[in-house]
Design a protein around this ligand. Sequence first.
Ligand code: DGL
Length: 258
Amino acid sequence: MTNNKPIGLFDSGVGGTSIWKEIHKLMPLESTIYLADSKNAPYGIKTKEEIIALSFKNTELLLELGCKIIVVACNTATTNAIKELRAKFEVPFIGIEPAIKPAASNSETNCIGILATKGTLSSDLFHQAVLNYPNTKIVEQVGYGLVQLIEDGQMHSKEMTNLLQTYLQPMIEANIDYLVLGCSHYPYLVPQIKEILPKSIKIIDSGEAVALQTSKVLSETIGLAKSSLNSQIFYTNGSPEVLQNVLSDSRCIYTRDF
Ligand code: DGL
């Protein structure tokens, strides 16, 4: 079945473009519409009810724009609102959660680190996922301030390096051999993180897995696109420059209030 309607993605800001890149790489014929809800970032310090309301608002706009599937390109929104989204809307949803499974399954030190938002680490979904790995020590760390610095265009600042150093040092001391990036903004921090971590510690995120899952669901249900006339559209209610910077290639970015 062919379905040329766009894939819709949303995030609390520019971070979910790390997921968009994986989706576009795997499925270049698909049209996409990305919403960067930067005006409301960070989601990670909001209540579950607030995160659900913002996720509903973003989904309603993506559906108005004709999307065939919604990728919640935000760990915080997924872990706090995916159940409510699926209950309210009929469209298929793909969520993103911290990649605990590959890290815990492959860890040789039986100790892994997870850097994520407060909203993700305190969610029921995350707590349940952790219960599956009773033999793995999981060092959890809230990345306070990291998303805000990225949204403010301060990704390469000294303040960012200092925060990362503070958050990662206890993980190094605990002897982790995997660091799970549990927030879609954090893949943009990999160069700085690599400067701090010993080379033996592997860094993983969920971007590729989300793209594969999206492709699988589309091909099994509502259909993949087959048109070369596809378009990649980005809407932001914050700074178009910060969004353009993380995208690197020049893209169609529109400012819009939502
Ligand atoms: N990109 C969001 C995530 O994956 C960041 C959440 C936030 O805005 O705090 O969790």
